[in-house]
Ligand binder design. Structure first.
Ligand SMILES: [Zn+2]
Length: 567
């Protein structure tokens, strides 16, 4: 055996032999591409604490990796002999290893582009926000826009929202625009108000609000009032910026332990950004593309005869995505019963039953997986009707149609989801991160919201999903959120939906792979699967559940290749 040390396991800096000749899963080796790590030297990890998420062998001590795949998983004695057959042995010294995590609904290309063109204001004080905007202004020619995103007043220590004065102090010579993490609310400085010709005397547009105090602008505007700036604010990003965005976001997401992501509404620009970054060798994660059903891409794919599954192990065409109702954190999802304290407010419906039926029929009959954004129980019922109708009239095996978010359900909806073989992609960091918003639903509804436990108990495929940018993507926060059902202030919401750490691990790995028809190649630590795994700084089974989110991601490995190493 070669030199064995914990440091080496963390570093995986080994040179290994070739030609081991051990079989992987039948037929899969032939499907490997250059991107999978063919020809890369392999290694054997020994004395590890491996949670495989494979029920045939849930725990293991050792595993071997070659050509980008696990080739053996088992006890030290099972796997040790491979060391003498040309693979380097590395002592894991009891480190915890899990499969790489999969985020089954997020918006990385969009988030990445924003990261490039905007200032990330996921900070904790207004002083820090001003500092960040000032720094960007110093590197921006006077008169050009300074934009900030991911500002969330509930996470700031100041106990107040930002004002026009704060933004003027940060950048008096630039128009400034700041958007709230949850969308819907925005802030501008004086320069920006002047450019738009909006004053304290401007009337509120229909469906929007310009906030004033003592007759003066506060800087805050809501909903459609933001459109008063739409012609003068820079829109979007360049192709180069979007490619750079994929590079940066894939670095951030893999550093959190994610190895695969499902882009839940990829635009044509996003598809190109992933391709550009992938071909430049800059994209670190694997991507499953849910293409927008209302954009040009869907029509083009249908015309070209493309359907779900085309692509390679790094970039694959997934389902077609539609949006049926409002937002969960925005408190606009479409429900059968009203919001707490708002007896006439049932939320916002964005598709009629006929529109849902037609959309599902079209994508279903063109051999696509269908994913419809549906948060409230009323819209989930409508989406299920659409799926049931398509399946009855044009039966297809193994469709795995998806209900994106699937936030509020009941026993009968779960029964219908199970009967269809449909997949709910429920928010997995929301209980923890957005806890301050749940009072508007009330505890009774929370027992049926983000129902990870009920879905698992009913045998429904249950992947994890962040919806990043609106929700944080860190899988360790997600596991804590699902295991404790506590928000960031310590309040518990819907304790009946708590899951075990093992169930949370399966949600974050195997079920994510299942949602993209890839459970036979990833999502578990099993011989033959891609060697996508994570080394954790502590075992989430052992730490105080309220601290799981603080567990360090020591290393992230995709296809046997290290993509993140803790510094
Ligand atoms: Zn989304």
């Amino acid at each position: 055996m070669g030199k064995i040390s914990r440091g080496e396991f963390l570093g995986l800096t080994v040179a290994g032999g070739f030609g081991l000749g051990l079989p992987g899963r039948g037929g899969q080796a032939a499907a490997q591409t250059a991107g999978s790590g063919s020809g890369r030297p392999g290694f054997v990890g020994l004395n590890a604490k491996v949670y495989t998420v494979d029920e045939r062998q849930p725990r293991a001590e050792a595993f071997a990796v070659k050509n980008g795949r696990f080739i053996a998983v088992g006890s030290n004695s099972d796997v040790k002999n491979l060391v003498t057959q040309g693979l380097e042995g590395i002592d894991a010294a009891g480190m915890t290893v899990t499969p790489g995590f999969i985020d089954a609904h997020c918006h990385p290309a969009n988030g990445g582009a924003q990261e490039i063109v905007s200032v990330n204001l996921d900070l904790r004080s207004i002083e820090d926000l001003k500092k960040a905007l000032r720094l960007r202004a110093e590197h921006t020619p006077p008169g050009e826009w300074v934009q900030g995103y991911k500002y969330d007043d509930t996470k700031y220590k100041d106990g107040r929202q930002i004002t026009i004065t704060d933004l003027d102090e940060a950048a008096p010579n630039h128009p400034v625009y700041v958007s709230h993490r949850g969308g819907h609310i925005y802030w501008y400085n004086n320069k920006a108000f002047q450019l738009a010709g909006v004053t304290a005397d401007t009337a509120d547009p229909h469906g929007g609000k310009i906030y004033k105090e003592n007759g003066k602008l506060t800087g805050k505007v809501a909903e459609t009032a933001n459109n008063l700036w739409s012609k003068i604010r820079p829109s979007g990003s360049t192709r180069e910026q979007r490619q750079e965005g994929v590079k940066v976001i894939s670095e951030q997401m893999t550093a959190s332990g994610l190895t695969s992501v499902h882009d839940a509404s990829a635009s044509v620009d996003a598809v190109m950004a992933y391709q550009d970054a992938y071909h430049a060798g800059e994209m670190k994660f694997r991507v499953y593309l849910m293409c927008s059903g209302t954009g040009d891409g869907f029509a083009g794919m249908k015309a070209a005869g493309i359907y779900t599954g085309m692509g390679n192990e790094y970039l694959r065409i997934g389902g077609i995505k539609f949006v049926g109702d409002g937002a969960c954190s925005g408190r606009t999802m479409y429900m059968r019963t009203p919001y707490a304290g708002r007896p006439d407010d049932f939320g916002i419906l964005r598709m009629t039953q006929k529109e849902i039926d037609d959309a599902v029929e079209d994508a279903h009959r063109h051999n696509f997986q269908v994913g419809i954004h549906a948060n409230g129980d009323a819209i989930i019922d409508m989406v299920l009707k659409g799926f049931e109708r398509a399946q009855k009239n044009w039966p297809r095996p193994n469709t795995r149609h998806r209900i994106e978010h699937c936030t509020l359900v009941d026993a009968d909806l779960i029964r219908r989801i199970k009967a269809l073989g449909a997949i709910p992609t429920m928010f997995w960091t929301y209980v923890y991160y957005h806890g301050d918003k749940w009072a508007e639903y009330g505890e009774e509804k929370l027992k049926w919201m983000f129902c990870h436990k009920s879905m698992l108990d009913a045998g429904v495929p249950t992947p994890g999903a962040s919806d990043y940018v609106p929700g944080p993507f860190e899988p360790m926060m997600a596991i804590q959120s699902m295991v404790t059902r506590k928000d960031f202030l310590g309040k518990t919401w819907g304790a009946n939906q708590k899951v075990t750490v093992d169930e949370a691990l399966k949600i974050g790995t195997y079920w994510g792979a299942y949602a993209s028809f890839e459970e036979n190649v990833k999502g578990t630590i099993t011989a033959g699967q891609y060697a996508d795994f994570v080394i954790l700084g502590s075992d989430p089974h052992d730490v105080d559940p309220d601290t799981i989110k603080d567990i360090k991601i020591v290393r992230t490995v995709i296809g046997g290749k290290t993509v993140h190493l803790m510094t």
